[in-house]
Write a protein that binds this ligand. Structure first.
Ligand code: ATR
Length: 284
């Protein structure tokens, strides 16, 4: 059962910066986690316009907001305003979690952990796998970084604009000098039945599929039952529906959301995240 927080003079403030932020599910499940431990804290949404981000960060310091999640469109832009960056933020170039220690802000990226932890529920052993990553935008960077860390064999990264894949290879070179052998930039036209025989896992990191009538990224009828198919959108997209009908293992974006939040909670509090409680609150 979730115990409501009593607000008092000692209540700590946590929150999320986004624009828009109304759709965010983080307040509901982070609040459940604080309540579980009876930590006197509230977690609130802050709608921060892009042009107000720097002032909002200064405000967070001045108001002693203890921890923040950062979402679209601020994940990249917040970096110059932080005092310290964790290793993954330096490579991914995006930050979704900030810990405030007496005005000293440390930036983390827990999307990578969230994605890998949820994918492992379907595929416990990622080493040596071949992964088809659809998209090369901001969201793909944490995912590709995590897959490289897990020792996957090849990442076929598809994008309309292949320069964005080249940029990712460039940015990750310092992390793994073999990155050019792992990430292969490919155009959508390259995806055919033969190519997909070599793929174990398919991940959609684009926003295509958010609407049911969105165009397909490739011919999903080519998907084979052996594929594990993940979409980071929080619903059953056309991609997931076709994959499910084919008998594939599938997953939407909710587990990734849950685990990135669980890791953020651990960074802020030093306590193991009550994942079952958080999941229950998220699915409500
Ligand atoms: P995010 O932070 O959500 O990743 P982004 O950085 O704007 O957002 O990236 C959006 C991704 O979705 C990109 O990979 C983009 O492809 P391009 O870089 O080629 O534009 C992809 N995308 C968006 N709409 C698309 C569409 N209709 N077809 C294919 N890819 C699309």
């Amino acid at each position: 059962m979730i115990i409501p927080v009593d607000i008092s003079g000692g209540t700590e403030v946590y929150g999320i910066f986004g624009y828009p932020v109304k759709h965010s599910k983080s307040p509901q499940f982070q609040t459940a986690a604080f309540s579980f431990y009876k930590i006197p804290a509230v977690y609130v949404p802050f709608e921060v316009k892009p042009e107000d981000l720097e002032n909002a960060v200064k405000g967070a310091k001045a108001l002693n907001i203890k921890g923040l999640n950062i979402t679209v469109p601020h994940k990249e832009n917040i970096i110059p305003f932080l005092n310290e960056l964790s290793e993954e933020v330096k490579y991914i170039k995006a930050c979704n979690t900030v810990k405030n220690i007496d005005g000293y802000l440390i930036g983390y990226n827990t999307d990578e952990y969230g994605f890998i932890t949820s994918l492992k529920e379907l595929e416990p052993f990622l080493e040596g796998k071949n992964v088809l990553v659809l998209g090369a935008g901001g969201a793909s960077r944490a995912i590709v970084f995590g897959l490289i860390k897990e020792g996957v064999n090849t990442i076929y990264q598809v994008n309309r604009n292949l320069k964005r894949v080249e940029n990712i290879i460039e940015d990750f070179r310092g992390f793994n000098r073999l990155v050019e052998e792992i990430i292969k930039p490919i155009p959508y036209s390259h995806i055919n039945e033969n190519f997909l025989k070599d793929v174990d896992i398919i991940v959609n990191t684009t926003s295509v599929g958010l609407k049911d009538d969105d165009p397909w990224l490739f011919d999903y009828n080519l998907i084979q039952p052996k594929h594990t198919v993940v979409d980071i959108i929080y619903k059953e997209t056309p991609l997931l529906k076709v994959a499910k009908d084919k008998g594939c293992k599938t997953q939407d974006g909710l587990p990734m959301l849950l685990y990135q939040g669980a890791k953020a909670f651990e960074i802020w509090t030093g306590k193991p995240a009550p994942v079952d409680i958080m999941r229950e609150a998220l699915l409500k």
